[in-house]
Design a protein around this ligand. Structure first.
Ligand code: BDP
Length: 326
């Protein structure tokens, strides 16, 4: 081939490459669901993810957030994402057990020793392998977000010691572990979706619930259940997941961009979370909520040993490995 012809072929290939990319990469709107309102660390982090993707693709990829339980509870959102009706959703690991059972290890009471321990487990080999297992359930695991520790609140009286939980109807996330956890501590655990919780407390279906300070504050649950005690019995992380059905139709380039944005989204959420926890506690106090902080956790830990044994038996290896993470 003459040099002239060679140059022609090369430049034609270059043009095809450019045109090919710009023509084949179609616009993508990622609909993403969250039970929290905008202004919450998880929703704001997903909004940031949308900004990143929009900038990197000059507006071709966008994220549209359905916040504040517009699409119902987390079980429904997960189902919609599995079906491909929703591209993405952010949920608590608390409801992921039915899809990948091993996630329930993270749902055991007093499982993680500290936030640092939780980060090392979820960001390491164990957390990554669990995210990968979601694929068989029709989901692409994109990352773990922080959600602090969960503690009890109720409308009846302050919980200063474990005996104070006796007889209280406490709403929990829809997972048998949490029901038995509350029962083991002397209360009555009732599974109810997050979107029905406020009304359930208001009408007396339950006396209270348990959650981290930002959820308790942002959901205005303190208006109907004003006694909050930092028992910190669960440290359940959050995950955000993509629909595998949709994922498989995306060009590799878009998958890479979403993965890259996800890493930055996790970082952003964790920064927002760290600031928000204290802000929520301050706000609660300013509303006159007395937060009991000096809790002797010994009795709570002892009472839930049976729950860790019963539900943890299936993942004994995983639990051992996680406990060895320093
Ligand atoms: C919040 C989580 C949210 C859960 C909610 C709950 O961020 O994902 O839906 O708890 O208790 O802390 O259901």
């Amino acid at each position: 081939m003459s040099n002239f012809r060679k140059r022609l072929v090369t430049s034609a290939a270059a043009v095809t490459a450019v045109i090919g990319v710009s023509f084949s990469a179609s616009a993508l709107e990622i609909k993403s669901s969250d039970v929290h309102p905008m202004g919450y660390p998880t929703t704001d982090a997903i909004q940031y993810m949308g900004e990143l993707l929009n900038t990197w693709t000059s507006g071709r990829i966008n994220v549209k957030i359905f916040h504040s339980m517009q699409l119902g509870g987390e079980k429904e959102a997960l189902e919609q994402t599995q079906l491909g009706a929703l591209e993405m959703t952010r949920v608590s690991v608390g409801v992921v057990g039915p899809i990948v059972e091993e996630f329930n290890a993270f749902n055991l009471p007093y499982f993680f020793r500290s936030v640092d321990h939780m980060h090392k487990v979820v960001d390491g080999e164990i957390g990554t392998s669990l995210l990968n297992k979601l694929e068989a359930g029709g989901l692409i695991g994109l990352g773990y977000m922080d959600a602090g520790s969960r503690s009890f609140y109720n409308k009846s009286h302050p919980i200063a010691k474990i005996e104070d939980l006796k007889g209280l109807k406490i709403r929990v996330m829809q997972n048998p572990i949490f029901i038995e956890m509350v029962n083991a501590m002397g209360g009555n655990g009732l599974p109810i979706a997050f979107n029905e919780l406020y009304t359930s407390m208001q009408t007396g279906v339950v006396d209270g619930a348990e959650n981290n300070p930002p959820s308790y504050e942002s959901g205005k649950h303190y208006e109907v259940a004003g006694h909050y005690t930092l028992t910190e019995h669960l440290m359940v992380p959050e995950i955000f997941v993509f629909s595998k059905k949709v994922w498989d139709t995306l060009p590799a380039m878009d998958q890479q961009l979403i993965r890259k944005a996800s890493v930055m989204t996790v970082e952003r959420e964790r920064e927002l979370w760290a600031a928000r926890e204290q802000k929520s506690l301050d706000l609660l106090r300013s509303k006159g909520i007395k937060v009991i902080t000096d809790v002797d956790k010994t009795a709570f830990i002892a009472a839930t040993a049976s729950v860790r044994e019963k539900f943890g038996a299936k993942f004994a290896d995983l639990i051992k490995k996680a406990s060895e993470v320093k």
